[in-house]
Design a protein around this ligand. Sequence first.
Ligand code: FDA
Length: 401
Amino acid sequence: MSVVQTDVLVIGAGAAGLMCAATAGYRGKSVTIVDMGKKPGRKILISGGGRCNFTNENARPENYLCQNPHFVKSALSRYSAQDFIELVDRHGLAYHHKTLGQLFCDDSAQDIVDILMIECDWAGVNIALRSEVLSVTPLSEDESGQGYQVVTSGDTYQCQSLVIASGGLTMPKLGATPIGYKIAEQFGLNVLPTMAALVPFTLHDHDKQRFDGLSGISLPTVVTADDGTQFRENILFTHRGLSGPAILQISSFWRAGQAVTIDLLPDSPIAELVKEWRQNSPQKSLKNLLTTVLPKRLVEAMVNNKELTDKVISQLSNEEVTYLQQYLHHWQIKPNGTEGYRTAEVTLGGVDTDELSSKTFEAKNAKGLFFIGEVIDVTGWLGGYNFQFAWSSGVACGQAV
Ligand code: FDA
């Protein structure tokens, strides 16, 4: 089998790897990307329900979880959401704004992959698909930066700079592997424990019974984690548990055994509603009145489970109103767990950012070895923030390799 020489070898033809490769290629470097998949950008293709939420106009360091909250600042400021928007504008991409600064393709996520492939083509990048990385070895025993040899199920490569853009552990069906963490450990880098994030919650059996039949109900809420982090978005009841954007967001802040608190009526203080109902509809039942502000099936389940009374509104005591306030504005659920890497959007944890330069993403103690994208301990909120970090870290690294 031949040994291919290349200045830069990138492991992973995902968002970060493609962006890095194009950037390095434009600088005149010879660049090869290896990926075990049949197609490049497989996660891009399934993202955002097939329309790829490719960035967030408001992306700021505060939107990222990382043990060092300052780490993302440099890359995000040097290649911002606006820079990526300029790139897609140059390619004539049709896209639209959704809520909260999120930008989606009008047609298909394939458009984003096509743009990245065109950029890689113009930059002269070689892409070797169906090439699983089997081993990585330094070309010299000391840390003099003499390069690396990478053996894949296809060719063997020798490179000066090796970029690990192999992603996290989510969606093993799409080729997620722990290779990036293994390479980090092989070169003595600390890897922080990983966990599925942006992921639906599963429920204990007794809660599953309580919410039986509610699958498909979605409602606006404010969800709060134990550490006080809050998200104002919808929750969705599913037949496995709880999902929806508010739940996915809070899952990144939730730890096993903790409860989450959900305000089911964030825009309508129940005490005020009851006051109004006492004046205008004193003979109507609480259940009927609640169905004007909450989904009917949810109210019925709460009444059937005897969590809410079905009294006529004029008969509600002040203690019962206080209970209602607590119950509806501070509804507590203790998840059983999450659906895990099978359905999660991202992986929390990963290569410790203390081991990397925040400007170049090069390992401080392994010259020529770089880590970008999801494999490192940087996790964005839901809403285009993860792709933005892939673009920003890819460009920062591509300028340095
Ligand atoms: P990515 O995982 O994209 O790429 C890694 C590549 O490495 C893969 O192509 C893989 O095949 C390859 N690889 C792994 N091991 C290998 C080995 N041993 N040998 C060779 N190749 C190997 N984010 C966002 O901002 N907006 C959104 O809309 C969504 N939507 C979304 C939906 C779903 C269902 C998921 C699962 C995720 C999202 N995300 C998202 C998150 C986003 O997809 C994710 O953060 C980025 O794809 C990470 O990009 P990377 O390039 O770091 O890894």
